[in-house]
Design a protein around this ligand. Structure first.
Ligand SMILES: *Cc1c(COP(=O)(O)O)cnc(C)c1O
Length: 376
């Protein structure tokens, strides 16, 4: 059997044992419906309240500003559709960026079909947006700006606090997709000046299918999901109690050694990049080390077919991700790599490696060695 080396932590992460253990009782011991009135269901209700309290403390916000969703995609959909619908009498102009996740881009597309006007902010060669450019795009009828905290493909960190500071008294809502930032940047909602923020547990060692939308108190936003009036009538549907317990536990564990783990991953990332760039023809996509997520390495293997490389890496037990996506049967170059100026062929030659909690120096060295062998 080959070694298995997981270098795709930005796609998803394993659930920590401690997280699973914390969740387990809520499947079959305390399984009561949190909305029921008898005391048995109090355990489930209390678990939700406790989790919400933990999360609010970590992000420095109020408990009543935390809403549980089915993940990053739902949070992004709710943020965009909910605020567009609630503010459409004020205006129909929305600003986002060219490098957002599909959960934002496809939702923006839907809103466009519904009569909203979308402006896509361009990015520089490192994937960064400019506040000056944003200022030029703001109009009287702009109701919402949505800019990701960090990019999932090339790891660019956007200047969220500066944008938030600028937008805060303009009467324009500000949403950030922070799904990739959790665990790599300290997120303090008091400093970020955002009205809405999306996160997703499976990107930080929690379970799949649970996320949070932070909604600042007083934000004008419509509901997306209708039903039994759970979560104070804002997000209906019986709460995913084990998931909620899991996301809070995962955040708590992450937060306990955030700085040291970021530093550890940065060292491994820097080693990976330094060694990879010694290979003939290899280039780094995206920003230089300081403005990049601590776990992201995106490389262009000029002229080589990325998909083919991925298959060869897979044969060596290495899991990574391509700079292209299969959509409707055709291989499309990544919109993010295209936005930072890569040619179609360069994008198709690119591979993303993302490291995480369980990545060791040995894993990095092994991967580099295999890259040399494959490219020879
Ligand atoms: C993974 C991801 C999402 C989607 O989250 P899910 O929980 O998988 O729906 C949204 N935005 C970004 C930046 C992501 O990386």
């Amino acid at each position: 059997m080959n070694k298995q080396i997981y270098m795709d932590y930005s796609a998803t992460t394993p659930v920590l044992k401690e997280v699973i253990e914390e969740m387990l009782p809520y499947f079959n011991t305390y399984y009561g419906n949190p909305s029921s009135v008898y005391s048995f269901s109090m355990e489930s209700k209390m678990a939700i309240d406790k989790s919400r309290n933990t999360i609010a403390k970590i992000f420095n916000c109020k408990e009543e500003e935390i809403f549980f969703t089915s993940g990053g995609t739902e949070s992004d959909n709710w943020a965009l559709v909910g605020s567009a619908m609630a503010n459409k009498d004020k205006g129909k102009h929305i600003i986002t960026t060219e490098i957002e996740h599909h959960a934002i881009l496809e939702t923006a597309d839907y809103l466009k079909r519904e009569g909203f006007e979308i402006t896509y902010l361009p990015v520089d060669s490192e994937g960064r947006i400019s506040l000056e450019q944003l200022k030029k795009y703001i109009r009287k009828d702009t109701i919402l700006v949505s800019i990701m905290t960090a990019n999932n493909e090339i790891g660019t960190i956007e200047p969220i606090s500066e944008i938030g500071e600028f937008l805060k008294d303009k009467g324009i809502l500000f949403h950030t997709d922070a799904v990739q930032a959790v665990g790599h940047i300290k997120l303090d909602l008091n400093k970020m000046n955002v009205d809405l923020m999306s996160i997703s547990a499976h990107k930080f060692y929690g379970p799949k299918g649970i996320g949070v939308l932070y909604i600042r108190k007083g934000t004008k936003i419509n509901n997306l999901i209708f039903g039994g009036q759970q979560q104070r009538g804002r997000r209906s549907g019986t709460e995913n109690v084990p998931g909620i317990v899991g996301i809070a536990k995962a955040l708590e564990i992450l937060n306990a050694d955030l700085e040291t783990e970021i530093e550890r991953q940065e060292k491994l990332r820097n080693l990976f990049i330094k060694e990879a760039l010694k290979i003939n023809g290899v280039k780094l996509n995206g920003p230089s080390n300081e403005k990049r997520l601590s776990n992201n390495i995106n490389l262009c293997f000029n002229g080589k077919d990325g998909e083919g490389l991925l298959v060869r890496l897979d044969m060596e037990g290495i899991c990574a991700s391509a700079g292209s996506a299969c959509s409707a049967g055709a291989i499309e170059p990544s919109h993010v790599l295209r936005a930072i100026g890569l040619l179609e062929d360069e994008a198709k030659s690119s591979i993303r490696f993302t490291i995480g909690k369980f990545t060791t120096e040995e894993d990095v060295i092994y991967t580099i060695k295999k890259l040399y062998e494959i490219l020879k």
